[in-house]
Design a protein. Structure first.
Length: 343
């Protein structure tokens, strides 16, 4: 999309040879003023320009700004603003000045589009639940019919597809709703949270005969939204389970750092993450997704949601992998001494 509809054509003007006092007065009510030499626009001036060049005449404070056309793509204009340090630029149409484009207007427009897309996505996800549930029920009925025994593999595929669709829909709803929900922070014990997550996925570990080891040594308290942070930890652990071959190992460890932070490390002996995928695994609807070692489905949303939750807690997450012999996820969170929190 280009910037044409976002161009501001109603703007204040000032003669190039006016004093800077007049410019300062105008800039108290607007972001930028178009400077005229006679009746011809020759540039834009902002309050920052006046501060950087404290001259007496407006023309002496006028910076050399790049000019964009009204057909320029929004993404290109934002990049240009970032690289040149300008939050407002002059715009031409058919080589004639036609207005100004403001970074704030572009960002507001993009935010509005994002909200519309989010609303549409949530509505679609909700609407799909009923027909998918009906198809799933039909599959169950067909599976129970002895006359269709020779078609069981097709019916099983139908059920698997419905199960995947239901997981995807739930991940979409959880991801979008989590971004708009406020955190409910309380004092929490990180080791307890990690233990609870391990217990909740114990059946998955047993199904693949995975060996789980724990070295939990955190004595500090964290501020956390219990349900959300457990969801993030569960996502990482489930990711390790999916991509570790039956009989493999997963380790959970916590430790304290000197800068009032605690670290959780989830390490597995799985198939690892190829280098080409590593920069994309935390992307929303990432293309860096694969089925698990026994065919477990992946929606491409789990690690994106995990990163979002951890960062909302003031934490960080990163991944280490040689692409062959396993993966480690390292989570760092702010913490404080339990004795301090009790005072």
């Amino acid at each position: 999309m280009n910037i044409k509809t976002l161009v501001t054509k109603q703007y204040l003007t000032l003669d190039a040879y006016a004093g800077t006092g007049a410019a300062k007065a105008l800039l108290r009510t607007t972001d930028a003023v178009v400077i005229l030499d006679g009746n011809s626009p020759i540039g834009i001036i902002t309050a920052a320009d006046l501060a950087m060049k404290p001259h007496q005449l407006v023309i002496d404070c006028l910076p050399d700004r790049p000019v964009v056309t009204c057909t320029e793509l929004i993404s290109n204009v934002l990049t240009l603003m970032k690289t040149t340090g300008n939050n407002v630029l002059p715009v031409t149409c058919y080589e004639r000045f036609c207005g100004i484009i403001k970074q704030a207007d572009i960002l507001s427009h993009l935010h509005a589009i994002q909200e519309k897309q989010r609303t549409a996505l949530l509505a679609a996800a909700h609407d799909l639940r009923s027909p998918i549930a009906a198809i799933s029920m039909l599959g169950t009925i067909l599976k129970a019919d002895p006359a269709l025994h020779k078609h069981q593999h097709l019916i099983d595929k139908l059920s698997e597809s419905c199960d995947y669709a239901e997981v995807l829909i739930q991940d979409i709803l959880t991801t979008e709703q989590s971004q708009s929900e406020m955190l409910t922070l309380q004092d929490e014990d990180l080791d307890d949270l990690v233990n609870e997550c391990a217990v909740s996925l114990s059946d998955k570990l047993e199904d693949k005969a995975l060996i789980l080891s724990k070295q939990l040594h955190c004595t500090k308290t964290i501020k956390a939204d219990r349900l959300k942070l457990k969801r993030a930890i569960n996502n990482i652990l489930w990711n390790s389970i999916k991509f570790t071959h039956p009989g493999g190992m997963i380790s959970l460890s916590t430790k304290e750092e000197v800068n009032d932070r605690v670290v959780l490390i989830i390490q597995d002996t799985g198939i690892g993450i190829p280098e080409a995928m590593r920069e994309k695994i935390f992307d929303k609807f990432t293309q860096a997704k694969r089925a698990g070692t026994v065919g477990e489905p992946t929606t491409g949303l789990g690690l994106y949601l995990t990163k979002t939750i951890i960062e909302s807690h003031g934490g960080t997450i990163h991944m280490e992998s040689d692409g062959q012999s396993g993966t480690s996820f390292i989570v760092s969170l702010p913490a404080y001494n339990r004795s301090t929190s009790a005072n």
